[in-house]
Design a protein around this ligand. Structure first.
Ligand code: XIL
Length: 375
């Protein structure tokens, strides 16, 4: 069969059957969101408004692959409130408009975090008195959530609350300005405020370093579970846990059984789950990109199979969509010393689908179906 006939045949097949198995990925008109939909899930990516505006191929790829978007940085407070009381939601607005124009859902990332804050905030927090301290957090949550009420369905209310390496017996992150100013109850206050402000939004506690079979991740899982015990015991309105899913397979191992147990414990608390920032750091892998792509794809499949086997797992979002713009290529721990691009996202630098795309599609195709729901 001539190549052209084969492609035409594959395209015709893709056009008439719902989700044909085995159609070449490059010609399938089904994006990852359609594969996700089949099992009642969602697929999305973190995006930057400038890329949606300026790179038409990237914009088309997001429209084709995703049914959820999240802001890679434009809804972090360092961007939205650079000076106290002076707001800039222009980037986030564009992303939310894009989501609405394309019938997509939108997540909000993140209301309360120890990082990416404006420089004025920590000094203001330190010099404020008790009630004022709380207000520096709650008034922001209130304002941001009101602005997007009905348009952002899910919020990362508190991001990265635990860090057992910092020496506290309870594993709480010590270098958080919120922890220092308000103690652990900053989390209670943040979630109660979020619930009061927008009762329809799904409220997430999100964290990283929960995925691998390593002492580091084991400590982090334990700290998070203990924190959840305390929070849920106090009636804090947390709906969901977001597991960031930044995998580093060339540094740490992955155990399907161990990760499945962890997810089961979380869903046993009645919490919804999502993978909110999936990508794979390929630094340290085989020098051949072809070989590395195969390995990365098989690691992704193992991780996603376990994730999607849990009926509480509602969506998978990648942290970016194309290797061209991946944060992995700039972040000191993950970037290649020789400057080559990381290959940790489903699309390559020219927006072509990679083996990692196949692995994500295949994991969705194989996942047991669940009722479609908000998280
Ligand atoms: C990252 C962005 O991708 C970078 O562009 C930025 O410089 C730093 O933050 N965990 C998170 C995300 O919750 O907000 C981070 O995003 C990646 C790690």
């Amino acid at each position: 069969m001539k190549r052209r006939d084969f492609l035409a045949g594959a395209a015709a097949l893709a056009a008439c059957s719902p989700l044909p198995p085995g159609v070449a990925r490059s010609v399938s008109r089904y994006g990852l969101a359609q594969h996700a939909r089949r099992s009642g899930r969602h697929f999305g990516a973190a995006v930057k408004s400038r890329l949606l505006r300026e790179d038409t191929a990237f914009r088309a790829a997001v429209a084709r692959e995703c049914d959820v978007v999240v802001q890679e940085y434009e809804l972090k407070r360092g961007t939205t409130e650079p000076k106290q009381g002076k707001y800039d939601f222009s980037g986030a607005d564009q992303i939310i408009d894009f989501a609405q124009d394309h019938g997509m859902r939108a997540r909000g990332h993140a209301l309360v975090w120890y990082a990416a804050n404006p420089p004025w905030l920590e000094p203001a927090l330190k010099s404020a008195s008790g009630r004022e301290r709380q207000r520096l957090m709650t008034s922001y949550i209130d304002m941001a959530m009101r602005r997007y009420a009905g348009r952002i369905n899910e919020w990362d209310v508190v991001n990265e609350a635990v860090e057992p390496n910092q020496g506290r017996a309870d594993g709480m992150r010590m270098d958080s300005m919120w922890m220092k100013a308000l103690g652990e109850h900053y989390i209670d206050t943040a979630f109660h405020t979020a619930r009061e402000t927008d009762g329809r939004a799904t409220l997430f506690l999100t964290d990283f370093g929960l995925e691998h079979d390593s002492p580091r991740c084991e400590r982090r899982r334990t700290a998070l579970l203990k924190l959840l015990d305390r929070l849920l015991g106090r009636g804090v309105p947390i709906d969901a846990v977001g597991i960031q899913g930044h995998l580093k397979p060339y540094k740490e191992r992955f155990s399907e059984r161990q990760f499945a147990n962890f997810l089961r414990t979380l869903s046993g608390y009645g919490l919804k789950l999502s993978i909110t920032e999936f990508d794979i750091a390929d630094r340290g892998g085989p020098p051949s990109p072809e070989k590395r792509d195969r390995e990365v794809a098989s690691i992704a499949k193992a991780f996603l199979d376990v994730s999607l086997d849990n009926p509480a797992m509602g969506s998978i979002l990648c942290w970016g969509l194309s290797d061209r713009y991946s944060w992995l290529s700039n972040f000191p721990e993950y970037k290649w010393p020789d400057g080559q691009l990381s290959r940790g996202l489903p699309l390559d630098a020219r927006m072509g689908r990679k083996r990692l795309w196949d692995a994500i599609a295949a994991a969705f195709d194989a996942a047991p179906a669940v009722g479609r729901r908000s998280a």
